[in-house]
Design a protein around this ligand. Structure first.
Ligand code: BJW
Length: 229
């Protein structure tokens, strides 16, 4: 008899995995940044209305990244990827770079990345190098005024959905870590895995979609993720 292949794993992470590194989660922050509602700075409409304000919001968050480091949960997921012989994919909703810095490589940033910018004219993605004013030129198409954060705002299509969908359809174990289950399509991933796949939620408290998981564990990600790995 041929041995069955090792199980295929998909891990989804949210802001809760970076909370113990010192980055506040969206719902913890009370939805406010310097008295602006997050919806007023993190939408395509906000960017059209006041690009300087939106750039200031993301520049402040980029500055926060310099103060933080990956925690035990990020490091454990990077180790799992290195040591697991089956298929493994880490999908993060986080726009920070803590999974990258921990060593994860089979990684999709489905909501974009703080340390990248995109040209609204030609869609080319570039590393963020500090220039975000209206005069900043796109290195690819040379047009000015189109450089925006490489972030998926509400109403925009999250990134690499085909690759994520393929991995979910084939997965045997789906683990969601530190995500509130309020934002779609990520909140619906648990329903896209094959019937019979094991689904596990790791969170400080039940999320909005906890009942859809076959198993839940409550506690901090820095404890639960290394214990699982
Ligand atoms: C710990 C912990 C510790 C704390 N250990 N745990 C109605 C139904 C279905 C969908 C929709 C709908 N109405 C609108 C939509 C679509 C919309 C949506 O979902 N809206 C909802 C609000 C209802 N979604 C979209 O628009 C998405 N696009 C889309 O659907 O495209 C389709 C489309 C089709 C056709 C044409 C065009 C498009 C895009 C979503 C983009 C999300 N963007 C954001 C902001 C990015 C900008 C930025 O960062 O500035 O991404 S929103 C924000 O929420 C951010 C996050 O990635 C995302 C998820 O948040 P997350 O990670 O879950 O964080 P929190 O704070 O909510 O939760 C933290 C959790 O951690 C908590 O549970 C804590 O308990 C836990 N925790 N400490 C373990 N130590």
């Amino acid at each position: 008899m041929r041995p069955s292949p090792p199980p295929s794993i998909v891990v989804l992470t949210g802001a809760g995995i970076s909370a113990e590194s010192g980055l506040r989660t969206f719902r913890d922050a009370g939805g406010l940044w310097e008295n602006h509602r997050v919806e007023d700075v993190a939408t395509p409409e906000a960017f059209l209305r006041n690009p300087a304000l939106v750039h200031a919001f993301y520049n402040q968050r980029r500055a926060q990244l310099r103060e933080v480091r990956p925690n035990a949960a990020h490091l454990a997921l990077a180790r799992l990827e290195r040591e697991w012989s089956g298929d493994f994919l880490l999908v993060t909703q986080n726009v920070d770079d803590l999974h990258d810095r921990a060593g994860s490589r089979a990684l999709i940033h489905m909501h974009g990345e703080l340390l990248k910018v995109r040209c609204a004219f030609c869609s080319a993605v570039h590393p963020w190098e500090g220039g975000t004013g209206p005069e900043t030129r796109c290195p690819a198409c040379a047009r000015s005024g189109g450089i925006r954060p490489h972030i998926v705002w509400f109403g925009e299509m999250p990134l690499e959905m085909d690759r994520i969908g393929d991995a979910l359809e084939r997965c045997d174990l789906f683990v969601a870590v530190g995500t509130s289950g309020n934002v779609y399509p990520a909140a619906g991933f648990v329903g896209q895995v094959p019937a019979g796949a094991r689904t596990l939620e790791l969170n400080l408290e039940p999320s909005s979609v906890s009942s859809r998981f076959s198993e839940q564990r409550e506690g901090p990600a820095s404890v639960l993720v290394p214990a699982l790995v």
